[in-house]
Design a protein around this ligand. Structure first.
Ligand code: DQA
Length: 143
C-alpha cells in the first residue's frame, strides 16, 4: 500500500531542534528504520516549511494514497487552509505530534487541523508515526 508522511515547518531540523522536547534523532534516520520495518509498503515523505506547499501535497496525494500521516507542526494551531484541504480529500489523515501539545503553551491548545483528521496522536515521540501507520494498515485490512 501507499502511504505518505507529510511534515510541516521546522521538522526538517529534528535531531537538532529543541532536543529536550523533540529528541536527538533526525527524521531521515527514523524514516529509514520505518521503511525497513514496513518494507512491503511504500512510505513516501514530504517536508515543507511553506503552508501552500503542504496544501499542494495533501491535494496531490489525497485522492490516491491509502493514508496520510500529517504533522503540520505550528500550522496545526493556525491553518484553516490546511484543515480545509484535509476535508477536501478522500485519503484518511492521521495527525501526529511528537510532543504532548496539551501540556505545552496555551497557544498550542488550539487545534485547527485535528478535527478534520480521522484521529490524532500527541506526545508519544516519533513512535506516534509508527502508531499512525499501524492504525491505517489495520483500517485497510478490515475494509
Ligand atoms: C509539533 C507541536 C507543534 O506545536 C509545534 O509547533 C511543532 C511540532 C510536534 O510534533 O510536537 O513544530 O507539531
Amino acid at each position: 500500500m501507499n502511504f505518505i508522511i507529510i511534515n510541516g515547518p521546522n521538522l526538517n531540523l529534528l535531531g537538532k531542534r529543541e532536543t529536550d522536547i523533540y529528541g536527538n534523532i533526525g527524521f531521515e534516520e527514523f524514516l529509514h528504520q520505518l521503511r525497513n520495518q514496513y518494507n512491503e509498503h511504500q512510505i513516501a515523505y514530504f517536508q515543507s516549511n511553506i503552508e501552500g506547499e503542504l496544501i499542494d501535497k495533501i491535494q496531490e496525494t489525497g485522492f490516491e494514497y491509502d493514508g496520510i500521516i500529517l504533522n503540520a507542526a505550528a500550522y496545526s494551531h493556525t491553518s484553516v487552509a490546511i484543515a480545509d484541504a484535509i476535508k477536501t480529500i478522500q485519503s484518511p489523515v492521521i495527525e501526529v505530534h511528537i510532543s504532548n501539545v496539551f501540556s505545552r503553551e496555551d497557544y498550542r491548545q488550539t487545534m485547527l487541523t485535528a478535527a478534520s483528521c480521522v484521529g490524532s496522536i500527541s506526545g508519544l515521540g516519533l513512535y506516534g508515526y509508527k502508531m499512525a501507520l499501524d492504525f491505517l494498515l489495520h483500517q485497510k485490512s478490515s475494509e
